[in-house]
Design a protein around this ligand. Structure first.
Ligand code: ADP
Ligand code: MG
Length: 241
C-alpha cells in the first residue's frame, strides 16, 4: 500500500486568539478529489494553506506521500496551488507565468516550451501565451493560474474557491472544464475548497464538511448527500435541501 497523497494529523492553526483550525485529521488518496466544504470562516482556506505550507501548524503534522513536510517551505513541497489571492505575476506574460516553476527547477528551455504549450492547451489558453494578465478576463486568469499550478506535474493540486469570482455562466463552464481536466489527470490528487455544495457534489470523490474550525463529517460524496450523519451536513448538503 502506498502512502496517501496528503495526510493531516491533528493539525491546529491559531491566529492570535482565533483558532482557525482545531485538530484536523484528514487524508487524501492518490488521484482522489476531496472537497473541503463549509460556510465562510469555517477554516477551509486555513486547512489548504497548512497543506501548501503558507501557514504553520500550532500543533500537528502535515505529510505528503508519507513524508513529513511540516517544516518545509511551500516551494519545497512540490504542489500545485491556486489560492484565492495568489494572483499571476502582473509583469510577466502568460507563457512566462506558466514557465516560472519550470525554470526555477532548471528545466531545459525546449522542454519548458513544450510543457507550457501542453498545460495552456489543457485549460484552453494556448492562444494567449503572449498576453499579460491584465489583458485577460477573470476566468482566463484563473485558467492560467491553474495551468501554472499544473506545469510542474504536481501529485496534488490545491484549489481554493477557484470559481467564486466568476459569474454564473462562466462558473458552469469552468466547472465542466475542471471535470474534464480531472479525467485527463487521473493520478493527480485534488483538494478543492468551496462553500458551494453544487461544486463539491459535481467534483469530489469525498467531501469533508467543516464548521467552526472543525471537521464535522467526512465521507464519500454519495454517502454525505443521501445519508448525512449530522444535522449540519444535512442542512448544508443533503438531499432534503
Ligand atoms: P474559510 O476559508 O472557511 O472561509 P478561513 O480558513 O479563511 O475560513 O478562516 C478561518 C478563521 O480564521 C476565520 O475566523 C478567519 O477570520 C480566521 N483567519 C484566517 N486567516 C487569518 C489571518 N491571517 N489572521 C487572522 N485570522 C485569520
Ligand atoms: Mg476561504
Amino acid at each position: 500500500m502506498s502512502a496517501p497523497a496528503v495526510e493531516l494529523r491533528g493539525v491546529s492553526v491559531h491566529f492570535g486568539r482565533t483558532v482557525a483550525l482545531r485538530e484536523l485529521d484528514l487524508t487524501v488518496g492518490r488521484g482522489e478529489a476531496l472537497a473541503l466544504l463549509g460556510p465562510s470562516g469555517s477554516g477551509k482556506s486555513t486547512a489548504l494553506k497548512a497543506v501548501a505550507g503558507f501557514v504553520r501548524p500550532h500543533t500537528g503534522r502535515v505529510l505528503l506521500s508519507g513524508e513529513d513536510v511540516t517544516d518545509l517551505p511551500p516551494h519545497r513541497r512540490g504542489l500545485g496551488v491556486v489560492v484565492q489571492n495568489y494572483a499571476l505575476f502582473p509583469h510577466m506574460r502568460v507563457a512566462d507565468n506558466v514557465a516560472f516553476g519550470l525554470r526555477a527547477r532548471r528545466m531545459p528551455r525546449r522542454q519548458v516550451e513544450e510543457r507550457v504549450s501542453e498545460v495552456l492547451s489543457m485549460v484552453g489558453m494556448a492562444d494567449y501565451r503572449r498576453r499579460f494578465p491584465r489583458e485577460l478576463s477573470g476566468g482566463q486568469q484563473q485558467r492560467v493560474a491553474i495551468a501554472r499550478a499544473l506545469a510542474i506535474r504536481p501529485p496534488v493540486l490545491l484549489l481554493d474557491e477557484p470559481l467564486s469570482a466568476l459569474d454564473a455562466a462562466l462558473r458552469e463552464e469552468m466547472l465542466a472544464e475542471l471535470l474534464r481536466l480531472r479525467g485527463e489527470l487521473p493520478d493527480t490528487a485534488l483538494v478543492y475548497v468551496t462553500h458551494d455544495q453544487g461544486e463539491a457534489l459535481a467534483l469530489a470523490d469525498r467531501i469533508a464538511v467543516m464548521r467552526d474550525a472543525r471537521l464535522v463529517e467526512v465521507g464519500p460524496t454519495d454517502q454525505l448527500y443521501h445519508r448525512p450523519r449530522t444535522e449540519f451536513t444535512a442542512s448544508f448538503l443533503g438531499a432534503a435541501n
